[in-house]
Ligand binder design. Structure first.
Ligand code: AMP
Length: 186
Protein backbone atom coordinates (compact mmCIF):
# COMPACT_ATOMS: atom_id res chain seq x y z
CA UNK A 1 0.00 0.00 0.00
CA UNK A 2 1.43 3.34 -1.08
CA UNK A 3 -0.99 5.91 0.21
CA UNK A 4 -1.30 9.66 0.48
CA UNK A 5 -3.58 11.39 2.94
CA UNK A 6 -4.81 14.86 1.98
CA UNK A 7 -7.07 17.42 3.57
CA UNK A 8 -6.88 20.95 4.95
CA UNK A 9 -4.88 21.84 8.05
CA UNK A 10 -6.94 20.81 11.07
CA UNK A 11 -8.79 18.02 9.24
CA UNK A 12 -7.29 15.45 11.59
CA UNK A 13 -4.82 13.98 9.09
CA UNK A 14 -2.07 13.44 11.63
CA UNK A 15 -4.28 11.66 14.14
CA UNK A 16 -5.86 9.44 11.52
CA UNK A 17 -2.57 8.74 9.79
CA UNK A 18 -1.07 7.25 12.96
CA UNK A 19 -3.98 4.82 13.29
CA UNK A 20 -4.11 3.78 9.63
CA UNK A 21 -0.37 3.27 9.38
CA UNK A 22 -0.37 1.12 12.53
CA UNK A 23 -3.32 -0.93 11.29
CA UNK A 24 -1.63 -1.54 7.93
CA UNK A 25 1.88 -2.04 9.35
CA UNK A 26 3.43 0.68 7.20
CA UNK A 27 5.35 3.79 8.26
CA UNK A 28 3.53 7.07 8.72
CA UNK A 29 5.58 9.74 6.96
CA UNK A 30 4.52 13.27 7.85
CA UNK A 31 6.51 16.03 6.17
CA UNK A 32 5.21 18.47 8.81
CA UNK A 33 6.53 16.18 11.61
CA UNK A 34 9.92 15.82 9.90
CA UNK A 35 10.17 19.59 9.49
CA UNK A 36 9.18 20.16 13.13
CA UNK A 37 11.77 17.61 14.34
CA UNK A 38 14.42 19.45 12.33
CA UNK A 39 13.29 22.79 13.74
CA UNK A 40 13.56 21.55 17.30
CA UNK A 41 17.00 20.01 16.63
CA UNK A 42 18.16 23.27 15.02
CA UNK A 43 19.43 21.58 11.82
CA UNK A 44 20.11 23.58 8.65
CA UNK A 45 16.95 22.09 7.15
CA UNK A 46 14.97 23.15 10.22
CA UNK A 47 16.29 26.70 10.13
CA UNK A 48 15.35 26.98 6.45
CA UNK A 49 11.90 25.40 6.90
CA UNK A 50 10.94 27.44 9.98
CA UNK A 51 10.83 30.71 8.07
CA UNK A 52 8.10 29.35 5.82
CA UNK A 53 6.24 27.37 8.47
CA UNK A 54 5.92 30.32 10.82
CA UNK A 55 4.36 32.35 8.02
CA UNK A 56 1.93 29.60 6.98
CA UNK A 57 3.67 29.21 3.60
CA UNK A 58 4.92 26.05 1.95
CA UNK A 59 8.56 25.10 2.25
CA UNK A 60 10.11 25.21 -1.26
CA UNK A 61 9.53 22.10 -3.37
CA UNK A 62 13.23 21.39 -3.86
CA UNK A 63 13.80 21.09 -0.11
CA UNK A 64 10.62 19.10 0.54
CA UNK A 65 11.04 16.71 -2.38
CA UNK A 66 14.63 15.85 -1.45
CA UNK A 67 13.54 15.12 2.11
CA UNK A 68 10.73 12.78 1.00
CA UNK A 69 12.92 11.05 -1.56
CA UNK A 70 15.41 10.27 1.19
CA UNK A 71 12.75 9.12 3.66
CA UNK A 72 10.93 6.74 1.34
CA UNK A 73 14.20 5.15 0.30
CA UNK A 74 14.62 3.71 3.83
CA UNK A 75 14.07 -0.03 4.26
CA UNK A 76 10.97 0.35 6.43
CA UNK A 77 9.15 2.08 3.53
CA UNK A 78 9.80 -0.78 1.09
CA UNK A 79 6.52 -2.59 1.74
CA UNK A 80 4.59 0.68 1.54
CA UNK A 81 3.96 3.92 3.38
CA UNK A 82 1.37 6.48 4.26
CA UNK A 83 2.35 10.02 3.32
CA UNK A 84 0.68 12.67 5.44
CA UNK A 85 0.87 16.26 4.17
CA UNK A 86 2.71 15.40 0.95
CA UNK A 87 2.28 16.04 -1.96
CA UNK A 88 0.94 19.59 -1.61
CA UNK A 89 1.94 21.16 -4.94
CA UNK A 90 1.73 20.03 -8.54
CA UNK A 91 5.50 19.75 -8.66
CA UNK A 92 5.43 17.45 -5.62
CA UNK A 93 2.80 15.27 -7.32
CA UNK A 94 5.08 14.88 -10.34
CA UNK A 95 8.12 14.27 -8.18
CA UNK A 96 6.36 11.60 -6.12
CA UNK A 97 5.25 9.86 -9.32
CA UNK A 98 8.81 9.79 -10.52
CA UNK A 99 10.18 8.54 -7.16
CA UNK A 100 7.73 5.66 -7.29
CA UNK A 101 8.14 4.94 -11.00
CA UNK A 102 11.89 4.59 -10.62
CA UNK A 103 11.16 1.53 -8.44
CA UNK A 104 8.31 0.32 -10.67
CA UNK A 105 5.56 1.43 -8.29
CA UNK A 106 2.46 3.61 -8.42
CA UNK A 107 0.32 5.18 -5.72
CA UNK A 108 -2.34 2.80 -4.48
CA UNK A 109 -4.79 5.45 -3.30
CA UNK A 110 -5.12 9.11 -2.40
CA UNK A 111 -7.40 9.64 0.57
CA UNK A 112 -8.93 13.07 1.01
CA UNK A 113 -10.52 14.08 4.31
CA UNK A 114 -13.31 16.57 3.66
CA UNK A 115 -14.32 18.92 6.45
CA UNK A 116 -16.33 21.99 7.31
CA UNK A 117 -13.92 24.94 7.24
CA UNK A 118 -15.37 26.73 10.30
CA UNK A 119 -14.96 23.55 12.31
CA UNK A 120 -11.39 23.25 11.13
CA UNK A 121 -10.50 26.76 12.25
CA UNK A 122 -11.81 26.09 15.74
CA UNK A 123 -9.91 22.78 15.87
CA UNK A 124 -6.71 24.60 14.93
CA UNK A 125 -7.24 27.34 17.49
CA UNK A 126 -7.78 24.63 20.14
CA UNK A 127 -4.64 22.78 19.06
CA UNK A 128 -2.63 26.01 19.21
CA UNK A 129 -3.64 26.44 22.85
CA UNK A 130 -2.80 22.79 23.66
CA UNK A 131 0.49 22.43 21.77
CA UNK A 132 1.77 25.98 21.51
CA UNK A 133 2.60 25.65 17.80
CA UNK A 134 4.12 28.89 16.43
CA UNK A 135 2.29 28.31 13.13
CA UNK A 136 -1.10 28.12 14.84
CA UNK A 137 -1.93 31.75 15.59
CA UNK A 138 -5.09 32.96 13.93
CA UNK A 139 -3.55 34.92 11.04
CA UNK A 140 -1.23 32.08 10.20
CA UNK A 141 -4.11 29.58 10.40
CA UNK A 142 -6.07 31.67 7.92
CA UNK A 143 -3.05 31.85 5.60
CA UNK A 144 -2.43 28.09 5.81
CA UNK A 145 -6.02 27.38 4.80
CA UNK A 146 -5.78 29.89 1.93
CA UNK A 147 -2.61 28.24 0.66
CA UNK A 148 -4.20 24.79 0.98
CA UNK A 149 -7.31 25.73 -1.00
CA UNK A 150 -5.30 27.56 -3.67
CA UNK A 151 -2.47 25.09 -4.17
CA UNK A 152 -3.34 21.69 -2.76
CA UNK A 153 -7.10 21.10 -2.94
CA UNK A 154 -7.06 21.31 -6.78
CA UNK A 155 -4.55 18.44 -6.90
CA UNK A 156 -7.20 15.96 -5.83
CA UNK A 157 -8.67 16.32 -9.34
CA UNK A 158 -5.50 14.74 -10.74
CA UNK A 159 -5.92 11.70 -8.53
CA UNK A 160 -9.63 11.57 -9.35
CA UNK A 161 -8.74 11.40 -13.05
CA UNK A 162 -6.52 8.44 -12.33
CA UNK A 163 -9.35 6.77 -10.46
CA UNK A 164 -7.43 6.53 -7.18
CA UNK A 165 -9.05 9.35 -5.21
CA UNK A 166 -11.17 8.34 -2.26
CA UNK A 167 -12.98 11.17 -0.46
CA UNK A 168 -13.86 10.56 3.15
CA UNK A 169 -16.12 12.62 5.38
CA UNK A 170 -13.72 13.92 8.03
CA UNK A 171 -16.41 15.25 10.36
CA UNK A 172 -17.16 13.17 13.44
CA UNK A 173 -15.20 11.52 16.20
CA UNK A 174 -11.70 10.15 15.64
CA UNK A 175 -13.12 6.60 15.76
CA UNK A 176 -15.94 7.33 13.32
CA UNK A 177 -13.59 8.87 10.77
CA UNK A 178 -11.05 6.09 11.31
CA UNK A 179 -13.67 3.44 10.54
CA UNK A 180 -14.67 5.26 7.36
CA UNK A 181 -11.06 5.34 6.24
CA UNK A 182 -10.52 1.65 6.93
CA UNK A 183 -13.74 0.86 5.03
CA UNK A 184 -12.50 2.91 2.08
CA UNK A 185 -9.28 0.90 2.05
CA UNK A 186 -10.92 -2.52 2.37
P1 AMP B 1 1.56 20.07 8.58
O1 AMP B 1 1.91 19.60 9.94
O2 AMP B 1 1.44 18.97 7.59
O3 AMP B 1 0.37 20.98 8.56
O4 AMP B 1 2.80 20.96 8.08
C1 AMP B 1 3.24 22.09 8.80
C2 AMP B 1 4.00 23.04 7.87
O5 AMP B 1 5.14 22.36 7.32
C3 AMP B 1 3.22 23.52 6.65
O6 AMP B 1 2.38 24.61 6.94
C4 AMP B 1 4.35 23.88 5.70
O7 AMP B 1 4.98 25.10 6.07
C5 AMP B 1 5.34 22.76 5.97
N1 AMP B 1 5.08 21.60 5.09
C6 AMP B 1 4.66 20.36 5.47
N2 AMP B 1 4.52 19.55 4.41
C7 AMP B 1 4.85 20.30 3.33
C8 AMP B 1 4.89 20.05 1.93
N3 AMP B 1 4.54 18.85 1.41
N4 AMP B 1 5.29 21.05 1.12
C9 AMP B 1 5.66 22.25 1.61
N5 AMP B 1 5.61 22.57 2.90
C10 AMP B 1 5.22 21.61 3.76
Amino acid sequence: MRLVLMGPPGAGKGTQAVGIAAALGIPHISTGDIFRANVSQGTALGIEAKRYMDAGEYVPDGVTNAMVRDRISHDDARPGFLLDGYPRTIEQVAELDSMLASDGYKLTKALELTVNVDEVVSRLVRRAAEQGRADDNENVIRRRLEVYFAQTAPLTALYAQRGILQQIDGMGTVDEVGLRIMAALA
